[in-house]
Write a protein that binds this ligand. Sequence first.
Ligand SMILES: Nc1ncnc2c1ncn2[C@@H]1O[C@H](COP(=O)(O)OP(=O)(O)OP(=O)(O)O)[C@@H](O)[C@H]1O
Length: 302
Amino acid sequence: MKALFVREFAMVQALNEISFDIRQGEIVGYIGPNGAGKSTTIKIMSGILVPDDGSCTIMGYTPWKDRVSYVKHIGVVFGQRSQLWWDVPVIDSFELLRDIYKVPPGDYRSNLDLLVETLELQSLIHTPVRQLSLGQRMRCEIAASLLHGPDILFLDEPTIGLDAVSKIAVRQFIKTINEERGVTVILTTHDMSDIEALANRIILIGGGSVLVDGSLSELRTRFGVHKKVIADYRETDSAIRIQGVTVQSRSAGRAVLLVDTEQTKISGVIGELSEQVELLDVSIEAEPIEEVIVKLYKEYQI
Ligand SMILES: Nc1ncnc2c1ncn2[C@@H]1O[C@H](COP(=O)(O)OP(=O)(O)OP(=O)(O)O)[C@@H](O)[C@H]1O
């Protein structure tokens, strides 16, 4: 009741001196923990939000000032929001978007055919949006954002709630439009496997600032220093002890070892292992990207 009469306001600085350039044709993973400022950045870059300060130039346009001419060049997908009309068949929304963006009929037809085929929308486009599952709707959302053939695609959690098959289909599609049409993609997601599958570059933000800007392999070299060695061997009671190696788990005939590759060479570990047990099989795995990102968040205390 009190809040109805006396509103308390607090200032939140959502972004603070964020600065980066993105080249045409890049796929950039824009990542960070909850509340880091990812959606705010995407909203500024797509012209929905006006920043209090600073500048942003995309293809020569200032998104929030040149909205009418700028939106022709961009496609936006917000995983949490729909740009499709809820009660009408998907194709009606597509046709409305065609008219809003004034897409020439020939371009619309060829874009639609390509999107329907690659995103497997044949059976969906005549169904009202409210009758679609989340994954089906997301595939239609992505198609809707691309009908006018944009140069840049902003994706804010595009694979949220998708099953494994739809996720792979959506990722494959993003890759294809990037490679074949040179579409620049800016992707925010909490799903690190999306990042691993798609992004050549990562921008990590936290507390509204850019903390890391680099390639995934650079991040791995810097933060992913552990490798997992999974060894299968003929069962034995003898202990496995190797300097610089942690035995993460051990069950009948199998041990999982964690190796700090800055301290210990993998070849040495396998050599010592084969002296201590009768090895049957060995596999080596890089540190999962999720764990690398958790380390990053810890290092920057975000
Ligand atoms: N409409 C709003 N009014 C007030 N504060 C907001 C609003 N939207 C976002 N914020 C604040 O701005 C900051 C950045 O939010 P933003 O939505 O950009 O984060 P995010 O990185 O996209 O987070 P998430 O991963 O949870 O989606 C947060 O502190 C958030 O509370």
